[in-house]
Design a protein around this ligand. Structure first.
Ligand code: TPP
Ligand code: DXP
Ligand code: MG
Length: 619
């Protein structure tokens, strides 16, 4: 085991820039060792981080951060950046409550230029930063680092299209590892393969450019000449790269594990009068045998054994139950289509993809497209089911509204990771989908608590509901289920003492915690009743009516207060002239930071002890 001799001495990128080049390989191996060590304990995005070690070193070596800016796309690959920017001593706290975030965060460090977590933002954000600098007369560089899969997200292309027109001192580093979480898909991925396998012309061009740039004074003039002449040569004999057609100067493909080659490219890029794209080729998982062999598993992994590469097997989850249900119905119903936006394994559609190839669509990181595409499938009689994490569905607000609900097209959304997700933190919490969809007409939402309820809700959504219909379920598996609880209706159930004057209304997995609270309260001599909503929009009015008899109602909701189902429930009660008291416990106008799911639920007073305490102590 290393004592991180070099790494531990680097308090800032300035220290890195003073290191002799001969020490950089040893530094990189120390970084890799630390990455493996810390992710094996805390979990995290190991494979992507292992792939960008040399790239991150080369960036901080050649750009004067924080004077120059680095903007990371998604930011799941920023652990080395964190270690090199004065946070090595805190790296063991990454993704833990109160510790470093697993993503760049402006409030954490001046080196984190822009918060991330969702993909394809770095070109737009970088361009904004770069243009602000231009207006202020700031001559520093801005570098956006984006993966090959994130580059295919619609927003990247919007930013790229815009940047090519006028950006200066703006460099996009395309980190091409041929992978998204699984294999990168689509025409752009194929295009990159072509560029990668036929680089001889580009190499020649880069070499010439570098030679000319070394000539003092005449350098940039010479570069212009060579650029113009290569453009002419290309016109005659070779295809332009797509990047050049967008107005960028292209350097690449460059070995992303060779610091010297990257340094040369970055220095050359600095001299170009206009936007530059540096295409680096890296290996996801580089330097750890298990991650190199299986980058999909090591993209985002829970704690694991370093020697064997084994991670505790996950039990049956909502995602796997969803996936099985999809396979079951697809067998006899050729209208069923499964859609994912680059999250096939995460949402449980792996088996469906194998069995029903012609009806499975991995559209890449393209949530907006996925929804409108589903609308098109539906318009011609298919039954599309788009499985997507709650947090990423946020991207498709208008598509859900304008392209689906408004047209009453039957599209089913499987909203995975609904509710608190845990250590990915505020960028990934699934706590906004309900407020978003609650305001949409022609929309139905189910939010079951158990696997059995998930299957019933999906069946209802696929076969007995029109227009836009969402079924939302949490990350991981089932929580506590009382032995005497049976799910009766697909819309709602009462559980507990119906003669009590106190009712908890809830939905989704919070029902489990409410049941535990019921038991705590029972032991203390207080009997309560729970209304478990399964269909949360439109609200089952019979359930609202049946709640009228309770003097005190507590509505527990693992989502935002504004736009909540609790608020809708309250309106319905008011309409009926309810005379009792309703108290809403939901997430009140704040973002929930990274920590375990249980820690977050406790912080939000959604744990069973807090629920019981609230009811006991409430006057
Ligand atoms: C909008 C959005 N959709 C999906 C994701 C989930 N996601 C995180 S990383 C990733 C793959 C990114 O691939 P790439 O950009 O090539 O980076 P790599 O991991 O290969 O380094 C995906 C799909 C996300 N973060 N944001
Ligand atoms: C970075 C990113 O957006 C994904 O990799 C995400 O972290 C996956 O989350 P799960 O671990 O819940 O699949
Ligand atoms: Mg990639």
């Amino acid at each position: 085991m290393s004592d991180f001799k070099i790494l531990s001495q680097l308090n800032s990128p300035e220290d890195l820039r003073k290191l002799p080049d001969e020490e950089l390989p040893e530094l990189c191996s120390e970084i890799r060792e630390k990455l493996i060590e810390v992710v094996s304990v805390n979990g995290g995005h190991l494979a992507s981080n292992l792939g960008v070690v040399e790239l991150t070193v080369a960036l901080h070596k050649n750009f004067k951060t924080p004077y120059d800016s680095i903007v990371w796309d998604v930011g799941h690959q920023s652990y080395t950046h964190k270690m090199l920017t004065g946070r090595f001593d805190k790296i063991d706290t990454i993704r833990k409550k109160g510790g470093l975030s697993g993503f760049p965060k402006r409030s954490e460090s001046k080196y984190d230029e822009f918060n991330a977590g969702h993909s394809s933002t770095s070109i737009s954000a970088g361009l904004g930063i770069s243009e602000a600098k231009r207006i202020k007369g700031d001559k520093s560089y801005t570098v956006s680092v984006i993966g090959d899969a994130s580059f295919t997200g619609g927003m990247s292309l919007e930013g790229f299209n815009n940047a090519g027109r006028y950006a200066k001192r703006f460099i996009v580093v395309l980190n091409d590892n041929k992978m998204s979480i699984t294999k990168n898909v689509g025409a752009f991925a194929k295009y990159l393969t072509k560029v990668r396998v036929n680089p001889w012309y580009l190499r020649l061009k880069n070499k010439l450019e570098r030679i000319f740039l070394k000539i003092p004074l005449l350098g940039s003039l010479a570069l212009k000449v060579i650029q113009r002449s290569t453009r002419n040569v290309k016109r005659m004999a070779y295809k332009n790269t797509i990047f050049e057609n967008f107005g960028f100067t292209y350097f690449g493909p460059i070995d992303g594990h060779n610091i010297e080659d990257m340094s040369n490219a970055f220095e050359a890029a600095k001299k170009v009068n206009g936007p530059v794209l540096v295409h680096v080729v890296t290996k996801k998982g580089k330097g750890y045998e298990y991650a190199e062999k299986d980058p999909k598993t090591f993209h985002g992994i829970n704690k694991f054994n370093i020697e064997t590469g084994e991670s505790p097997q996950s039990k049956e989850s909502f995602s796997s139950v969803f996936g099985e249900y999809m396979c079951d119905i697809a067998q006899n119903d050729r209208r069923i289509c499964g859609i994912t936006a680059a999250m096939g394994p995460g949402v449980g559609l792996d088996k469906f993809a194998e069995l029903y190839k012609e009806r499975f669509f991995d559209v890449g990181i393209a949530e907006q497209h996925a929804v409108t595409f589903a609308g098109g499938l539906s318009a011609k009689g298919m039954v599309p089911v788009f499985a997507v994490y709650s947090t990423f569905l946020q991207r498709a607000y208008d598509q859900l509204l304008h392209d689906v609900a408004m047209q009453k097209l039957h599209v089913v959304i499987g909203i995975d990771r609904a509710g608190i997700v845990g250590d990915d933190g505020e960028t990934h919490q699934g706590v906004f989908d309900v407020s978003m969809l609650n305001s949409f007409p022609n929309t139905t939402i189910y939010s079951p608590c158990y696997f059995e309820g998930l299957k019933k809700a999906l069946n209802q959504a696929v076969y007995h509901t029109d227009s836009l219909v969402a079924v939302r379920y949490p990350r991981g598996g089932e929580l506590y289920r009382p032995k005497d609880y049976t799910e009766v209706s697909v819309d709602f159930d009462f559980y507990g003492d119906l003669s009590s004057d106190t009712l908890i209304v809830t939905y989704g997995r919070l029902f489990s915690n409410c049941c535990k609270a019921l038991e705590i309260l029972k032991e203390k001599g207080k009997k309560i009743c729970i209304l478990k909503l399964n269909r949360i929009k439109p609200l089952p009015l019979d359930a609202v009516k049946a709640s009228m008899k309770f003097k005190k109602i507590y509505f527990y909701e693992e989502g935002m207060y504004n736009g909540s189902i609790a608020c809708s429930f309250n309106s319905e009660l008011s309409e009926l002239d309810y005379k009792g008291n309703l108290k809403i416990i939901a997430i009140d106008d704040k973002f929930v930071t990274h920590q375990t799911v249980n820690e977050a639920l406790k912080e939000l007073h959604f744990d069973s002890e807090s629920i019981a305490k609230e009811i006991l102590e409430d006057k």
